[in-house]
Design a protein around this ligand. Sequence first.
Ligand code: SF4
Ligand code: SF4
Length: 369
Amino acid sequence: MGVPLRQQITVGTYLLKQKLMGVKKYPLVLMLEPLFRCNLACAGCGKIDYPDEILDKRLSYEECMQAVDECGAPMVSIPGGEPLIHKEMPQIVAGIIARRKYVYLCTNALLLKKKIGDYTPSPYLTFSIHLDGMKERHDASVCQDGVFDRAVEAIKLCVERGFRVTINCTLFQGETPDDVAEFLDYAMSLGVEGATIAPGFSYERAPRQDIFIKGQDTKKLFRGIFEIGRKKRNWKLNHSTLYLDFLAGNQSYECTPWGNPTRNVFGWQKPCYLLPDEGYAATFKELLEDTPWDKYGNSSNPKCAQCMAHCGYEATAVEDTLQHPFKALIASIRGPRTTGPMVAEPTPKWMTEDRKSRPTIGGIPVRVE
Ligand code: SF4
Ligand code: SF4
């Protein structure tokens, strides 16, 4: 675990408070998307396919602070688009830090060298830099040559200046455990605090659909990566142990998207960061109270069927850790299990409902074409 103790204590105290107060749905990380405009056009991106009038919209400093205050989550992640394009970003970051929230500024790093002077190192500020693999892989993923070199240069500069830095890696089709292991070794050698890794979510809006890893292939890939990691590597992965165990096919979870609520230029996004067409709420309270949460999750909605994203399942794993600390401790000592049967996937409810609504012959549902 790469997260500093001070942050772990703050988050742990927050979680304990929610438990003691009997709060069932609480936010863990606010996803604050102050703009969709980006200076890259990655093949797997689901955020930049909007008309110019939307891409030109920004959340103001005041709107960002209102979102942080309304939500109350102890951590704020600022993805985009590319947040460094936003002219008020230094003030927004300073405003969040002044509220003693931990802020993760997610960037493709192209503007970082130019803008780094606008920021001051702080235990509350982490640059989360987008790198999907080694040079060839990353440049192919972001559809532009030379981006890997510029991102690495920016990482070194940030580390040198005393900033907290993590790497944000999304895995796509064609990845092998050896490739990812080589990349994680390299990432750690840059002196970063840790890395997040997750399978890419198959955004309907992404320009290419053939690049996403699906189902069992995802779990097999993660088992392969963790098997290599178990032998000799010292990777710091910024995830809870049970989320990693989930990625390896050893936990059956339903998502808890209210754990990572999203505020963007349209409002509070229902139900999560990944599904753009399910509507928006005007306030965080309205998001919590009016979203039909039961309609979402990998057993409840075909749009969610392949999702294993941390914005949906990390909060579930954290809740499971609180409910079953002994199980989490064992998983943390042994690491994610990489052999043996994987847990059964829950039967999708839409299939069960479809079966229930079918006519039957001798009690057996039949399909009427
Ligand atoms: S850097 Fe991020 S926001 Fe920009 S195009 Fe790529 S995935 Fe989308
Ligand atoms: S499974 Fe959860 S996190 Fe994933 S897309 Fe569906 S609602 Fe969002």
